[in-house]
Design a protein around this ligand. Structure first.
Ligand code: ZN
Length: 212
């Protein structure tokens, strides 16, 4: 699928596009063979400034999804684990908020999990960039910089029977590494809803504009 073209960076909507940026970040697909990654025109500032954020968030996603599958095992071993060894501040922030938590598993049996706090401002930046990029990728329109993008981490699987969610289009990148659903409100092109599922267990949601 060829992305639409733009002379202007589709992330900030201001500076000239001199490069292409991967949305979602390329690092999220570490270990996925032949993933057809998506790129959009971006300026150097938006593109280069993001790699450290992407690494941090990949680490938290990897820590959450575990390494049960070949792809998530590689995501950890070739990516996230190296990041946490190299970045002392990230490691300290992770350790200081991590703890054990008992949750009820899908079969109703309590299980112990490692819980930790994700740096929400970094998370917001990564998924805002991804959302702005994919918005352009699918609509060919740059979401104006003044239109807010609000990102939420979802604790678990959202209710897929919800009518608003069932109406969304479904896209898959890199086998099951990223499945996302999206839709733009017919009466207001600034308003859209995005639901991301990464490595089958990590869920996030983004809204643009004033979506109720
Ligand atoms: Zn830019």
């Amino acid at each position: 699928m060829q992305p639409p073209k733009s002379e202007i960076c589709v992330i900030c909507g201001v500076r000239p596009a001199e490069t292409v940026d991967h949305v979602p970040p390329k690092g999220f697909f570490k270990g996925v063979e032949n993933a057809q990654l998506r790129t959009v025109p971006a300026c150097c500032t938006c593109n280069n400034g993001a790699s450290s954020d992407d690494e941090d968030i990949r680490f938290f996603i990897s820590a959450q999804v575990g390494k049960q599958t070949a792809a998530t095992k590689k995501l950890w071993e070739d990516g996230a684990h190296k990041t946490i060894l190299r970045k002392r501040k990230l490691r300290e922030a992770f350790v200081s908020t991590a703890g054990e938590m008992t949750v009820i598993g899908e079969d109703g049996v309590p299980v112990t999990r490692v819980a930790f706090r994700v740096p929400i401002s970094t998370y917001q930046r990564v998924f805002e960039r991804t959302t702005r990029g994919l918005y352009f990728f699918h609509t060919g329109r740059i979401l104006p910089a003044a239109v807010p993008v609000e990102v939420t981490i979802l604790a678990g699987t959202p209710n897929m029977d919800n009518e608003d969610i069932r109406m969304l289009k479904v896209e898959t990148i890199g086998e099951e590494a990223c499945v996302y659903r999206w839709g733009v409100v017919a009466e207001d092109a600034d308003c859209s809803l995005w639901i991301y599922r990464l490595h089958q267990t990590h869920w996030a949601m983004a809204t643009t504009g004033a979506v109720e």
